[in-house]
Design a protein around this ligand. Structure first.
Ligand code: TYD
Ligand code: MG
Length: 432
């Protein structure tokens, strides 16, 4: 196939050059040139994709009842908003080794006539993985990196679902740059997107999270795809959290919890119980009730406050927002007179979960106070509430759900903004 004319375009100002330039001669930005296809239309296209543009009246359009494709993994379906929408392009991103290939292989095995496109691993390697999950299972595998060949294969094979592992390994001959570069990743994703919308086959793209550099991170892709799922977790910890950060067909704050085992990722049906299983009642430990999508979750927050040896003490959070942590420490210093100016503060959310909700504020504060005073928070206590700059507690949404979950797990002392108005009051009730 003749190569299409490609051109390097500055992403800052749009300057075009036939060759790669480290610095844009027009706007002087460095490393901003990305290779793009100059003329579209001669590459492989599914017949009928080039249709006449038409203006339509919305009222004449019939509502399509999306028949979502269900997998056997309930946690996975929930994160997507109730299954896979046909004709959606879904990006699954995560650090190398976190379990993306494992999870998607499991999904492919639950759906008849799924196609696994392996750009990184050989069919033999995929077989090893499949044998761990479900020995001798059937799975159609295509070992290919040329996106145009892949598109043609999908068009003839007509699978119900396609998994592309990974988007960074694909390339198109239309561009000269190497696989994994911003231009290649973007162009390949665009081609796949056109196919998805035309054939109504859902496609999953695996994308590695990479540092800034020559290899394009999934950030480039977020605008092209319909759904972005990220698989998170710490390598040392077996929990894996699947979160949707963009979803054109569902909620974005839903999480699915899995545990990496010998036979693949196992669903965790009652995460609160598991997260709290190893909790010990010691100074610095607090339990909060957070909402992920529609589901309430109880998680443990741990804090460690120790005398610093640095001129400016550390406030380090893992699983919580660092800016929020700084703010809460400042509130504790000012409103409760806690002398934290010469103390390092470390806060950790157990289980590898990341919390974005202000509803966890009160729990974070109490964990810090508890560690600083070396006193244990009273037993069976759950803390819920946003903390304001004046040290007051502010109400949070869906308090009833959180209380129900806490009661279900046997927590009887539930501190919420409806029964306690300030942090100082909460301290009196929970730390003696
Ligand atoms: P993998 O899915 O290859 O990660 P990614 O595609 O995100 O790079 O999985 C990586 C790790 O998971 C690997 O160290 C082996 C382990 N693993 C299990 O623990 N159980 C299993 O059933 C499988 C298939 C893998
Ligand atoms: Mg992989």
């Amino acid at each position: 196939m003749p190569r299409l004319t490609s051109v390097y375009v500055c992403q800052q100002c749009g300057y075009k050059s036939p060759t790669y330039l480290g610095k844009c001669p027009q706007c002087d930005s460095w490393n901003s040139m990305v290779e793009e296809v100059e003329e579209k239309g001669t590459g492989y296209r599914v017949q009928g994709t080039v249709e006449k543009a038409e203006i339509v009246d919305l009222s004449k359009i019939q509502n399509i009842d999306y028949k979502r494709l269900g997998t056997d993994l309930e946690e996975f379906d929930r994160v997507l908003g109730g299954g896979i929408v046909p004709g959606s392009l879904i990006l699954v991103s995560g650090d190398p080794g976190i379990g993306k290939s494992t999870l998607l292989t499991q999904i492919a095995l639950t759906i008849p006539k799924a196609l696994y496109v392996a750009g990184e691993e050989s069919a033999q390697q995929i077989k090893l993985r499949v044998d761990r999950i479900k020995p001798n299972a059937h799975l159609a595998v295509l070992n290919e990196v040329d996106v145009d060949v892949i598109l043609r294969q999908i068009d003839t094979f007509r699978p119900t679902l396609v998994i592309i592992d990974s988007i960074q390994s694909l390339e198109t001959e239309d561009l000269e740059s190497v696989a994994g570069s911003v231009g290649q990743v973007r162009e390949c994703a665009h081609k796949l997107q056109r196919l998805v919308k035309h054939l109504h086959i859902p496609i999953f793209l695996v994308g590695h999270v990479t540092k800034e550099g020559t290899v394009a991170g999934p950030k480039t892709l977020e605008h092209v795809v319909d759904v972005v799922l990220s698989l998170e977790g710490e390598p040392a910890n077996l929990f894996r959290i699947l979160r949707s950060t963009k979803n054109r067909f569902g909620p974005t704050d839903e999480v699915g919890v899995f545990e990496m085992e010998d036979k693949g990722m196992m669903e965790v049906k009652n995460p609160s119980k598991l997260f709290l299983e190893q909790k010990v009642n010691a100074p610095g430990s607090a339990v909060v009730s957070i909402l992920t999508g529609l589901r309430p979750l109880l998680v443990e927050i741990q804090a460690l406050v120790t005398k610093t040896s640095l001129p400016s003490p550390r406030r380090t959070g893992s699983g919580v927002d660092n800016n929020r942590l700084q703010l809460l420490v400042a509130v504790l210093q000012k409103r409760l007179g806690l002398p934290l100016y010469d103390q390092d503060v470390f806060v950790n959310v157990t289980g590898g979960l990341r919390i974005f909700e202000p509803a966890a504020d009160l729990g974070i504060c109490l964990a810090i106070i508890s560690s600083f005073k070396d006193k244990t928070i009273r037993e069976k206590c759950v803390l819920v509430g946003e903390v304001g700059l004046l040290g007051e507690l502010r109400s949070v949404r869906q308090i009833d759900k959180r209380i129900t979950e806490a009661k279900k797990l046997g927590y009887t002392n539930i501190i919420t903004p409806s029964n306690v108005k300030t942090i100082a009051q909460a301290v009196k009730l929970t730390l003696f």
